[in-house]
Design a protein around this ligand. Structure first.
Ligand SMILES: N[C@@H](CCC(=O)N[C@@H](CS)C(=O)NCC(=O)O)C(=O)O
Length: 208
């Protein structure tokens, strides 16, 4: 049985997959691709993901890209963090999408202008714009986390993984989150999880 995760560990989208596999006790190997490792535009890599993006999962020769699809596949396949409650699952999906399309977007903008782009292409105004949007997103997350212990309800769910990865990106780039009490209390619980520590907190920070 071979499970391979293609991608660089500094990528939040890659961290999601590594965190879930670690949390579930699934053995895997990683192959560094993207960022400083490059290779994501190479012909061979484009045959497994024509978008040239990481992560890509090779699960016993079943190839899958798109980090959120990968999370849901691994969860279902291993019956880990699954539920038969349709409404619970809908809320988990809601927050997984929110993490990518609402929270992740300004986090990626911030990362680009603080770490990825060549120095002459970085724009301080984009950093300010990204931080303002992140602050709005953190308010939304905080409202939820003042009501529930975790992102969906009072138990850890698949939704905490993508949200937690982007939260850690904010932490990496020293966004002040101290006024968000719900987020702060939730983060304390994440830090107690060994899988979060090893897959996300200890991961290299972009552009590494
Ligand atoms: N929607 C995709 C986005 C993937 C994505 O944008 N990956 C970035 C890293 S976070 C990437 O591959 N960037 C090119 C690189 O790392 O060189 C997913 O969720 O998997």
């Amino acid at each position: 049985m071979a499970i391979i995760i293609y991608g660089r560990r500094s990528s939040a989208n890659v961290q999601k997959v590594i965190w879930l596999c670690t949390e579930a006790g699934i053995l895997f190997e990683t192959i560094d691709v993207g960022g400083k490792y490059e290779g994501n535009k190479a012909e061979k890599f484009l045959t497994i993901n024509p978008n040239g993006k990481v992560p890509v999962l090779d699960y016993n020769n079943f190839i899958l890209y798109e980090s959120n699809a990968i999370l849901k596949f691994i969860s279902e396949k291993n019956k880990f963090l699954t539920s038969k409650n349709t409404k619970h699952n809908a809320l988990v999906n809601q927050w997984i999408d929110w993490a990518s399309f609402a929270f992740g977007v300004p986090c990626q903008l911030l990362t680009a202008h603080m770490a990825h782009l060549p120095l002459d292409k970085r724009d301080p105004n984009k950093v300010i714009e990204a931080k303002d949007i992140i602050n709005e997103m953190l308010k939304i997350l905080d409202q939820q986390l003042c009501k529930t212990d975790y992102v969906v309800g009072d138990d850890f769910s698949l939704a905490d993984i993508p949200v937690g990865c982007w939260f850690n990106r904010c932490r990496n780039f020293e966004i002040d989150m101290s006024s968000f009490k719900g987020v702060t209390n939730w983060a304390k619980k994440l830090y107690e999880r060994k899988a979060f520590q090893s897959a996300v907190v200890a991961a290299p920070i972009p552009p590494n």
